[in-house]
Design a protein around this ligand. Structure first.
Ligand SMILES: Nc1ccn([C@@H]2O[C@H](COP(=O)(O)OP(=O)(O)OP(=O)(O)O)[C@@H](O)[C@H]2O)c(=O)n1
Ligand SMILES: [Mg+2]
Length: 454
C-alpha cells in the first residue's frame, strides 16, 4: 500500500505526464487489473512434453528449481521461452517468474551460498543467481507496473500470476510454464499463438503507453508469428499510429535492436512499409522515406535474402539521410559503414568492365577486406544484379604485388609519398587487369617520385 501511495504522490507531482498516461495509472492503481478484461478462470491449457521442453532441464535449471522448492516458493518459466516451446522451437534464453520477493530470494540464495550478480534489476524484482558457478538465470518477482513513463515502471510485487500476466505486452508473451509441463495461460495467448494472431494483452493503448518500445516489439513478433504479411488488426494499427510519437523518447539502441530483428525476419519489407504507414518513420530517424525506392528494391531483390541495411538504405534519399538515421539509431561501426557504402555506390555503372567498380571498392577499401567484400555483395543484392553477384562470388581477390618494403628498397624516402605512390601503382595495376608483376610496377616508381618532388 505504501508503494502505491508513493507512486501516486510522485505521479501527481510530475507535470510531464499527459492525460492518457494519468488515466492508465489511475486505472491500474484502483483495480490492479484492466477493467472488463476477459481471462481464463482455469488457466492450465495443456501439458507440454516435447523434446524441446525436455531439453531445458540442464543440471543448473534443476538445481535452481530445487532451491525454490526447498523454501516453498513457486517458480515458473515466463514469457518468450513458453511461446517458443509451444511452437516447438528451442527456447533461446529462459526468463523465470516467482512468488518470492527480491529480499526473500536474496536471503535464500545467501543461505544456499549462491552468488548473485548484477543487482541493478532488484528494484524491478529481478535477481540473477549464478548457479554452480556456471550459468546465470534472471528470476523476476511477480509484479504489477504501477507508474510508468513510457519507458520505465515503478512496480509493486504480488503473488498473483494473473496480474503479472496482465502487465506483459502481447498475449503470446504472457504465458507461464510449470516444471511439470503445465502451460498457464490467462489471456488466451495459447489460442492466439495457434491462430498466429499477434495481439496486446487487453487494451493496446494501455500496454503501449506503459512502454513505447512495444510498438517495435509488436512488429518484430508479427514477423515471427503471423502467416501472412498484412493480416494486422486494424484497431491495433490505429492505436500504434496514435502513439507513434511516444517512440521519440525511446533510445535509438533499443529501437535498433528490435528493428534489426524485424528486418532479419519474415515479411521485412512489408512490415517496414506498415510501420512507415502508421507514422513511425519520423521518430526512428527516417522522416522522409522513399517508399517507391523500397518498392523497387522489393521487386528486384526480395528473394536474395537482403541484409537489414539494404531495406533501410532503399528508404534513404542521400548520404545526409544516412547520417540522420545513424545519429538516431546508433549503428555499430560495421552496420554504419555498410549503409554508407550502399547509398554511396548504388548508382555507379561501368558497361565495359562491369565488375571493375566493385573490384576497385574491394581492393582500395580503407576498411577490412573481409568487410568490404561483404558490403559489395550486399550492394549487388541491393541492385538485384544476380549475374555480377555470381561473378564476384567466384572472383579470387588478386594480391597486389608491391609493398612498403618494395618502395623502401627502391629508394622512396619514408613519409607521405609512400601512400600516394602505392595508391597510384595500385590503380594502374587494377586498370591493367592485374597483369603487371612487381618488377613491371617498380619501373614506374622513379617517374612518380619526380612528380611528387615537384
Ligand atoms: N517491453 C516489454 C518487454 C518484455 N516484456 C515481457 O517480458 C518477457 C521477456 O522479454 P524479452 O526477453 O525482451 O522478450 P522475449 O519475449 O523473451 O523474446 P526473445 O525471444 O526475443 O527474448 C516478454 O515475453 C514479455 O512477457 C514486456 O511485457 N514488455
Ligand atoms: Mg527473452
Amino acid at each position: 500500500m505504501k508503494t502505491v501511495f508513493n507512486g501516486l504522490r510522485r505521479f501527481f507531482h510530475r507535470d510531464t505526464c499527459d492525460y492518457a498516461l494519468k488515466k492508465t495509472i489511475l486505472k491500474r492503481t484502483r483495480s490492479k487489473m484492466d477493467e472488463n478484461l476477459k481471462f481464463r478462470e482455469n488457466p492450465i491449457v495443456m501439458k507440454l512434453n516435447s523434446t524441446a521442453f525436455q531439453n531445458i532441464f540442464t543440471q543448473e535449471v534443476l538445481d535452481l528449481k530445487a532451491i525454490f522448492d526447498k523454501y516453498n516458493y513457486e517458480l515458473r518459466i515466463a514469457g518468450g521461452a513458453v511461446r517458443d516451446l509451444l511452437m516447438d522451437q528451442q527456447a533461446k534464453d529462459l526468463d523465470f517468474a516467482t512468488t518470492a520477493t527480491p529480499n526473500e530470494m536474496k536471503d535464500m540464495f545467501t543461505k544456499e551460498n549462491v552468488r548473485m550478480i548484477n543487482m541493478s534489476g532488484e528494484k524491478h524484482g529481478t535477481i540473477t543467481p549464478r548457479i554452480n558457478d556456471k550459468e546465470n538465470f534472471e528470476v523476476t518477482t511477480l509484479r504489477v507496473d504501477l507508474v510508468t513513463d513510457g519507458r520505465h515502471a515503478e512496480v509493486e510485487f504480488t503473488k498473483d500470476w494473473k496480474l503479472d500476466a496482465n502487465r506483459r505486452d502481447l498475449t503470446i508473451n504472457s504465458m507461464f510454464l510449470g516444471f511439470d509441463g503445465s502451460v498457464y495461460d490467462y489471456f488466451y495467448g495459447y489460442d492466439d499463438l495457434m491462430k498466429r494472431r499477434v495481439a496486446f494483452v487487453g487494451d493496446p493503448d494501455v500496454r503501449i503507453k506503459e512502454d513505447y518500445l512495444r510498438i517495435m516489439r509488436y512488429f518484430r513478433f508479427y514477423g515471427r508469428i503471423a502467416k501472412s504479411p498484412d493480416s494486422h488488426e486494424e484497431y491495433t494499427l490505429r492505436v500504434i499510429e496514435k502513439n507513434a510519437d511516444g517512440l521519440q523518447n525511446v533510445s535509438g539502441e533499443r529501437i535498433w535492436m528490435e528493428l534489426q530483428k524485424t528486418l532479419d525476419g519474415n515479411f521485412a519489407g512489408n512490415l517496414l512499409k506498415t510501420m512507415l504507414n502508421v507514422g513511425v518513420g519520423k521518430y526512428i530517424g527516417i522522416p522522409h522515406p522513399n517508399i517507391e525506392s523500397l518498392d523497387r528494391l522489393l521487386k528486384r531483390s526480395q528473394h536474395l535474402n537482403l541484409h537489414p541495411m539494404s531495406y533501410l538504405a532503399a528508404l534513404l534519399n542521400d548520404i545526409d539521410d544516412v547520417t540522420l538515421l545513424h545519429c538516431r539509431l546508433k549503428f555499430s561501426g560495421y552496420h554504419r559503414d555498410m549503409i554508407y557504402f550502399i547509398v554511396e555506390h548504388r548508382d555507379k555503372n561501368d558497361l565495359t568492365r562491369p565488375l571493375l567498380p566493385y573490384e576497385k571498392l574491394i581492393l582500395n577499401s580503407k576498411i577490412k577486406q573481409k568487410n568490404s567484400v561483404e558490403y559489395v555483395l550486399e550492394l549487388l543484392k541491393y541492385r538485384g544484379d544476380e549475374t555480377l553477384l555470381k561473378l564476384i562470388r567466384k572472383w579470387e581477390i588478386p594480391q597486389f604485388p608491391v609493398t612498403g618494403k618494395t618502395l623502401k628498397e627502391n629508394g622512396v624516402p619514408p613519409g607521405k609519398m609512400y601512400g600516394k605512390i602505392i595508391e597510384k601503382l595500385k590503380n594502374i595495376w587494377i586498370e591493367n587487369e592485374y597483369k603487371q608483376t612487381c618488377e613491371d610496377l617498380v619501373k614506374l616508381i622513379p617517374s612518380f617520385m619526380d612528380d611528387y618532388k615537384k
